[in-house]
Design a protein around this ligand. Structure first.
Ligand SMILES: *Cc1c(COP(=O)(O)O)cnc(C)c1O
Length: 454
């Protein structure tokens, strides 16, 4: 066997052993960081070691320190698993090792990216011709959409950010929902825009249209951006796009939608109503590594005006470049070399339009079963009124709720996150793994019932 074959065979066997363990293993890791460091050893070796032995050491030292995030019983944060087609395509991407930043240097990658871009825009019901940048995640997708927006609203005010920077510019006013994701604030910080102004949200975390109207009407003439949300991490709620977007546009604002997991509601005919009107926005952020179950890292920055995106992200920062399609690196903040579109293409091809719809519906069905099961536990209260893929609940007072969260973690059957929402400790369930089954949900609820019963 040549060197590649032996090392890849070991990695393949170790990967399959890990995946096979997910059905039964406890979700939390059993080893601490110190344990894993001790197993890995700390001395930098002086000489070479066989790649097969290196892979074996890595796999056996790390295995007890791995959290079963791709398990069907992992409901923490918003994680998603790894669809087999996407995982295998990701391996191939590494083996090909293409520098995917330039179109003509690697025609295969450009072909995959072009096809995947148009499939995503179609699947999500967004304006045909919108650009899709393949970034590391929702955070950078928010950054990318908001960068295009910042430069565009300033351009309309006669200010060229690419040439003149932000110092001395008219500034940009940014309105966000009170319950936007923290990464929106982070993206705005990276963009030199400081902290946004929060607009009141209702009890489910949705922007209140009248509050947005009042905020827009009290504008001081500065160029404005409005950030809306598809999928609140606690309630799963969606902002009222149909009213909010035309309102924001009436005031000349750029509208960006953070839909890290919620944008995929659009891919299901049964859930599409949740995002009605969102296609009127100017930019959208979502993740392929959440709902689409592509391995990390893969976020999607979608911008209606390709020129605006290219002007913000392209090497030459010029709005007037309209010639060729633009390079893949003209759509993303980092000159991305990894072919991130490849696993996305693979999962879309493997599932097809109906398969993606079925996946979204299945996640929602599991979440509804979770909400029902949790609601039947003595003393519990499910806080969200519409169940998308998130369930948020309390178990009486904060102390008991926190006890249930930590008790479930100690039990290890399932992982649900503890969080704080509206000044209360909550248990939060996020269903985002393609492989979760009804049996996983039932088993997780059984463990939760036992923990809650003390
Ligand atoms: C996960 C998430 C983000 C951040 O995405 P990353 O992929 O973790 O960078 C932003 N907004 C929402 C609503 C999210 O759920």
């Amino acid at each position: 066997m040549d060197d590649h074959e032996a090392a890849l065979d070991r990695a393949h066997a170790q990967a399959l052993a890990w995946l096979a363990s997910l059905g039964e293993r406890a979700v939390p890791a059993t080893a601490s960081i110190e344990d894993v460091v001790a197993r890995l050893g700390t001395a930098l070796p002086d000489g070479p070691e066989d790649a097969v032995d290196v892979i074996d050491l890595l796999a056996t030292a790390c295995e007890p320190g791995l959290t079963a995030m791709p398990s069907g019983r992992f409901f923490g944060f918003v994680i998603g698993g790894t669809h087999p087609a996407a995982l295998a395509a990701d391996w191939l991407t590494s083996a090909w090792d293409q520098n995917a930043g330039l179109r003509l240097v690697t025609p295969a990658h450009s072909a995959v990216e072009d096809v995947t871009e148009s499939w995503l825009v179609d699947l999500l019901g967004l304006p045909i011709g919108s650009a899709v940048g393949f970034v590391t995640g929702g955070t950078m997708a928010n950054f990318t959409g908001l960068a295009a927006g910042r430069d565009e609203v300033l351009r309309r005010a006669g200010w060229d950010v690419a040439a003149d920077g932000l110092v001395g510019s008219p500034g940009v006013r940014v309105l966000v929902g009170a319950e936007r994701h923290d990464t929106v604030d982070l993206a705005l910080r990276y963009l030199g825009l400081g902290s946004p102004e929060a607009v009141a949200a209702d009890e489910q975390g949705r922007v209140v249209t009248d509050a947005l109207r009042a905020a827009l009407e009290s504008g001081d003439g500065r160029p404005t951006m409005v950030v809306l949300q598809a999928g609140n991490v606690h309630s799963g709620a969606f902002d009222p796009f149909q009213e909010a977007i035309p309102l924001a546009h009436k005031h000349g604002a750029w509208v960006h939608v953070d839909g890290a997991f919620g944008l995929f509601a659009a891919a299901s005919p049964a859930r599409r109503h949740l995002v009605a009107g969102y296609e009127l926005a100017d930019s959208w952020a979502t993740d392929a590594h959440k709902t689409l179950n592509v391995p990390y890292d893969c976020g999607l920055a979608i911008v209606r005006d390709r020129s605006a995106l290219r002007a913000a992200m392209g090497m030459h920062g010029d709005y007037l470049i309209h010639d060729a399609a633009g390079e893949p690196f003209d759509k993303v903040p980092e000159i991305s070399r990894r072919g991130r579109a490849i696993p996305v293409w693979a999962v879309l091809r493997a599932l097809g339009r109906d398969g993606v719809a079925e996946l979204v519906d299945r996640l929602c069905t599991h979440a509804a079963a979770m909400a029902k099961g949790i609601g039947e536990i003595d003393g519990s209260e499910v806080l969200n009124d519409v169940v998308f893929t998130q369930v948020c609940a309390t178990f009486g007072d904060d102390e008991r709720t926190r006890g249930v969260v930590s008790g479930l973690l100690d039990d290890g059957t399932a992982w649900m996150s503890g969080s704080r929402w509206h000044e209360r400790a909550v248990l939060r369930v996020s269903v985002s793994n393609w492989s979760t089954t009804e049996a996983d949900v039932e088993r997780s609820l059984t463990a939760l019932r036992a923990v809650a019963a003390g």
